[in-house]
Design a protein around this ligand. Sequence first.
Ligand SMILES: [Zn+2]
Length: 118
Amino acid sequence: MKIFKSYTFEAAHFLPNMPEGHPCRRIHGHSWKMELHFDGELVMPYEWVIDFNEIDEVAMPIWKILDHNFLNEVEGLENPTSEVISMWVWNKIKTSLPALYKVVIFETPEAGTEYFGD
Ligand SMILES: [Zn+2]
């Protein structure tokens, strides 16, 4: 069984490694979406994979770092592509919630990244 929980956050960034003139080199913002996907057996007698509240307890401190922030100033997100953000989120969550199976980061409704770990 696979379950997921999603969170939206507003944040600014720019991509410092892009050449001058590239639009991603300028500071701009996105309405991001972070999805956390989990894979596991149903736990009886609850008949669920993980308590969604347990996911929130791990995810909300991470969400608070990301939301209404300038991502380039967050340690580990100096070059905050969707790919880097998905790996950063994975590394912050996997130890606490080992059933984590996939992190999805949308930087727009049409563009994003899926990360499945190493
Ligand atoms: Zn961007």
